[in-house]
Design a protein. Structure first.
Length: 240
């Protein structure tokens, strides 16, 4: 997992240039045969390992504890969002996310409690893939990434940069850092268990179209041609 997070962060220029090839009307999934094969591998891993683990996690974790874990990781990503908001020139968003991080890290006991929302400090949800979109970088082709699931070339590049710059990555204790990664993946997958019931027809197409719709909604600040209102903004954006 960490190896993928570290891949060629400083060779960002090459993938960014490639993303400019995609434009409206082009085939968003030119690598479909490869993506389908990778989806089958990921789906098998999810079916026999990750999903059962997420179900067990949801079964043994009290609701209040599960919310606390989700709040903890959301708080860490608020810090990341604040940095991206600055890069986007959206200082209001940066102030919101920075304020949320400070408030929840202190009064919210390291983010276990979302005190900031109760104070009226709403989050500005963003990531480096969103930053690249604002900078004018095209989304590029759809990719099914091993373990990490659906991405585009742009959002996948953003994931690498976000992961490399995250607070979790700065932890020197490898065992603790990897334990946090594992807990985060489990918590995110537990939150997606309800999505399994919505999948119909070709699962690959369902996942691909849902992800692309969600990312379009995300990077265009809610302005999309089609409404996928059944999905929460962050449902497909973290590890799936």
């Amino acid at each position: 997992m960490q190896l993928i997070r570290l891949i060629l962060v400083f060779s960002l220029i090459t993938p960014l240039s490639l993303t400019r090839a995609a434009s409206e009307g082009e085939n968003v999934d030119p690598l479909e045969p490869i993506n389908r094969a990778m989806f089958a591998i990921n789906d098998g891993m999810d079916t026999y390992f990750i999903r059962p683990l997420a179900r067990s996690y949801r079964f043994v974790m009290p609701d209040v504890a599960e919310r606390g874990v989700s709040n903890f990781f959301s708080n860490l990503w608020d810090a990341n969002a604040a940095v991206n908001a600055v890069l986007q020139g959206r200082l209001g968003g940066a102030a919101k996310d920075g304020g949320r991080f400070v408030v929840n890290s202190t009064f919210g006991l390291l983010g276990l409690f979302d005190v900031a929302t109760g104070m009226g400090i709403e989050p500005y949800r963003t990531d480096f893939g969103h930053t690249l979109a604002i900078w004018g970088v095209g989304s590029g082709p759809y990719l099914m990434v091993p373990f990490f699931g659906p991405r585009t070339l742009r959002s996948g590049t953003g994931t690498i940069v976000d992961a490399y710059g995250s607070l979790q990555f700065q932890i020197d204790d490898v065992a603790l850092r990897n334990s946090l990664y594992a807990l985060e993946v489990t918590d995110v997958r537990a939150g997606l268990l309800k999505v399994d019931e919505l999948m119909t027809g070709d699962r690959y197409i369902f996942v691909r179209d849902a992800y692309l719709q969600q990312r379009e909604y995300f990077v265009s600040d809610g302005i999309v041609a089609d409404d996928f209102s059944d999905f929460e903004e962050g449902d497909w954006d973290e590890e799936f």
